[in-house]
Design a protein around this ligand. Sequence first.
Ligand code: ADP
Ligand code: MG
Length: 721
Amino acid sequence: MSNQGIEGFGDNILRLDEQPISSYFGCNTFNDNVAKERLSHSTYIALKSMSAGGGSLTPEMAQEIASAIKDWAMEQGATHFTHWFLPMTGVTAEKHDAFIFWDKNNPGSVIEMLSGSQLIQGEPDASSFPSGGLRATFEARGYTAWDPSSPVFIMGGPSGKTLCIPTAFVGYHGEALDHKVPLLRSMEYLSKESVAALKFFEQQTQRVVSVCGAEQEYFAVDLDLMQQRPDLMLANRTLQGARPPKGQELEDHYFGSIKDRVLGFMQELELEALKLGIPVKTRHNEVAPNQFELAPIFEQANLASDHNQLLMELMKSIGERHGLGILLHEKPFAGINGSGKHCNWSLATDQGHNLLDPGKTPEQNLQFIYFLTATIKAIHRHGGLIRATIASAANDHRLGANEAPPAIMSIFLGMQLSQVLDVFERGESKGTAGKGILNFGIPNLPNLEKDATDRNRTSPFAFTGNRFEFRAVGSSQSIAFPLMIINTAVAESLRELNQQVKQDQVTTADALVSIVKILRKTLGETKSIRFEGNGYSDEWKQEAERRGLPVASDTVAALKIWEEPVAQSLLLEGGIFTFQELEARLHIRHEQYQKALNIEAQVLKEMTETLLIPSILSDIGDKSGSLRSHSNFRSTLPLIHKSIDQQAALLDQAQGELTELKKLLNDAESVSDMYARSKIFGHSVRPAMDKLRQTLDELEELTSAAYWPIPKYRELLAPLV
Ligand code: ADP
Ligand code: MG
């Protein structure tokens, strides 16, 4: 698609229906069609193969591409460019430069230019990004390197546009300082092992990619109200708030009609996303009041990751234009559902064949079972690590709570597929009358289209017909990290299965016999990770412990799993991380956990001290004053008097709990050991915050609304009209 000739497609158009989506999809990206139009054939071909992960560019080609991109960007109104990257903070980073250079031929004047080297490499002042100590071990500088697999794009600002060049962020010696490089490495690993596996099935595939469709949940609240709450502004969640009289109990929000104000926001968001080539498709109301979901069509994992990151940014900025605060936090409100990001994950060949799609013939089904078994084996071995990758202070509120996936990893396959695998494993062949491979008991799989009655929403990792849905990812998290771990774990499983098959074939003439034998054995060994029941139940926790599955109830426990040899060897031997890179990530995860809780505690402390306690005190004073002016109040209004006494006693209790919280924060200051510090925050500071919050929530219910200094849940969660 070319963006040429789309008259008037600028920032002013805020309607989705002005032109068909297909006419402007990706018009703000330097996509394949634009590249074809503007580059010489040889450069275009070189760029295309680089985008697919192969080949290289000559300096002349890089210059040609840079000039073409600059011309195109300027025609769209861009004046600046930036290397756009994903540091380990989990949010994107950018530093803008104007296209200008001094004009040698015309002193005092400037010309616009983008050089090949500016396109390919940047050197942001990287010292302020978290590196987990990596830069101390190596070199202070970090580089951004152009990632041609993700098209460059243009972002509009209030009065100008910027060309964004997606890049990887690496250190002086190539150490990965971001989430993108490990994801790309994991995709290489997975491709290599998948291609090798496909050879057993006589498939000559060059490349296999992991694909992902990330369903993004979020809350929208009135921006004016949000700005009156320091907790929402600084910690992205409410740290205090009594339950509203009406929560989600009526379940009248899910799939309800979308109110105009929110719809207006969604439509503008989608328009901008579509112009950036983000294939957003589905929108709907979620279960909790003012909770919504947006889902794109799945894409290659690294693109899906870039796009999800972009989408989260667009959501926030476009929300503001509509007077809406967009909350991506995993649990912005206590007592109602939190938000996740279901990562639908699968594998596809370069021809677009989905390897987790059951086939039409027994041979194809065996290939499907091969990849399915590899995935089951991966989760069986690395479920703990996978759970650890999505552990965060925010996600701790969600995982294991009774509306979200449990904090224990297991796989749900559905009754039908489970039975098929069990029969296959036992070697009970069905319909063995004929000759050939049916004699091995390879099932003739029925159509496994997902069945509404057979969907288990309580499973963190569920098979849904032709893909897995990883539901434990938090709504604010980068999907790059969890996708990287899943890819790597499955690649490792495939590698082991491939090796076993090759070894076995030395003695077994028939490859299929080997494969069937090895898959049966593996399915038998990995059964403990399969669970079809209710993942929210307490019985499952006990059962999981009996099965020896890792049960990490919070981030502090989950991060321990990172250090287990089986986890470390997965990532080191898979070539995803060097030892230092791995250590750095663990360090950063601890640091982020501690910082998140520290900010929350500081905000709660300040809110309590400077907003809530003074207001409650004024309310008590006012009420007491009214009582005093009422003659004979002790005998005529004894219950009112009692309730004021209760309020005062609770207020005093809150003051005590606040003092305790402050003390714990001081204690945490003095601890430098990484684990010990995380533990103080997780096991002391957090419970102290919860305790104080509970008291404040009770006080909110006793305090006159006129005195309550911040918007209440009932206001924040009121329908957005
Ligand atoms: P549901 O709410 O039923 O889970 P949605 O329509 O909200 O379904 O989201 C499903 C997501 O799964 C979409 O992003 C979709 O593109 C994605 N998806 C569909 N098929 C695949 C596949 N083969 N691999 C990965 N993701 C897929
Ligand atoms: Mg959905």
